[in-house]
Design a protein around this ligand. Structure first.
Ligand code: SF4
Length: 281
């Protein structure tokens, strides 16, 4: 793993495409991801972003944005969002994990959250695969009391491993414990099954998420969920074949719809981009 401290020019990116309906800006404290070689990294859509990878193998590098860019650019970006008549809403993160292993050393995510206490956005969405988010629970709790904030915890399914995939960044149990702890503080927590994996026992899983305090779930299949209408980006990876081996029907959109029907018996449920934008039914 190559860790490269860098001086970036900006950290707040005005959203386009898929994310435009979700937030005004994305914020990536790192470029590349230390979880790139784990299970989620195999089908990760960012591995195809050549602007980020610049020829480097996904999971082999992390660029650390060490300069304090949030404070320098927040006023300008906030006023831009308000001129567009939209809330200044930040999604952290769209192409990396804010609580990946490098965060333990560099604490870029923590510094951004601290800066948000002074100049907060209108809305904050924090998304992670890791229970390390709990190290910043106090800050998140504080921000959530004055701002619209939700935490998205990615748990693609109820199995820790699918045969053929590497281990996950963090066990399902640890992520559910993180959900429990954040929810018990009153933080709005959303579990993202994105991309949806074949579930062993969907009823039991959603019941468990509900009793752990989840506020909502998002179901997002790799078809429509990877930035292409037919899942063609993900089709280039090993994920569909691995899912098919476990449960042939799971590679079809009809499986997503079946799971949505079950999830709605337990929790407010969002679907794909609308779900990430905070729309649940
Ligand atoms: S944690 Fe997120 S950004 Fe990192 S490899 Fe997994 S899916 Fe991709």
């Amino acid at each position: 793993m190559q860790i490269n401290p860098i001086q970036n020019k900006s950290i707040l990116t005005r959203t386009t495409g898929y994310l435009k309906s979700v937030c005004s800006h994305s914020l990536n404290p790192y470029s590349g991801c230390g979880f790139g070689n784990s299970s989620c990294g195999q089908g990760c859509y960012v591995r195809f972003n050549t602007w980020i990878t610049r020829g480097r193998e996904w999971g082999s590098f992390v660029d650390v944005k060490t300069n304090d860019l949030y404070s320098k650019t927040v006023d300008k970006e906030k006023s831009w969002a308000h001129k567009q008549s939209m809330p200044f809403s930040i999604f952290m993160s769209s192409s990396t994990d804010p609580w990946q292993p490098a965060e333990k050393k560099y604490r870029i995510t923590r510094k951004v959250l601290q800066a948000m206490r002074i100049t907060p956005p209108d809305e904050i969405i924090l998304q992670t695969h890791s229970s390390t988010i709990l190290e910043d629970a106090d800050l998140i709790d504080e921000l959530s009391r004055s701002r619209k904030l939700r935490v998205h915890i990615s748990i693609e399914g109820d199995r820790d491993r699918l045969p053929g995939l590497p281990p996950p960044p963090c066990s399902v149990d640890s992520r559910i414990r993180a959900l429990e702890q954040l929810s018990s503080r009153g933080v709005f927590t959303v579990i993202c099954l994105s991309p949806l994996h074949p579930l062993n026992d969907a009823e039991l899983f959603f019941r468990r998420l509900k009793s752990a305090g989840a506020s909502a779930v998002i179901i997002d299949h790799f078809i429509f969920g990877d930035g292409t209408s037919d899942g063609s980006r993900t089709q280039k990876t090993s994920l569909p074949a691995i899912m098919k081996n476990v449960m042939p029907e799971s590679i079809h959109l009809s499986y997503r719809d079946k799971v949505i029907d079950i999830a709605r018996n337990y929790l407010p449920t969002g679907v794909s981009a609308a779900g990430f934008a905070g729309n649940y039914s």
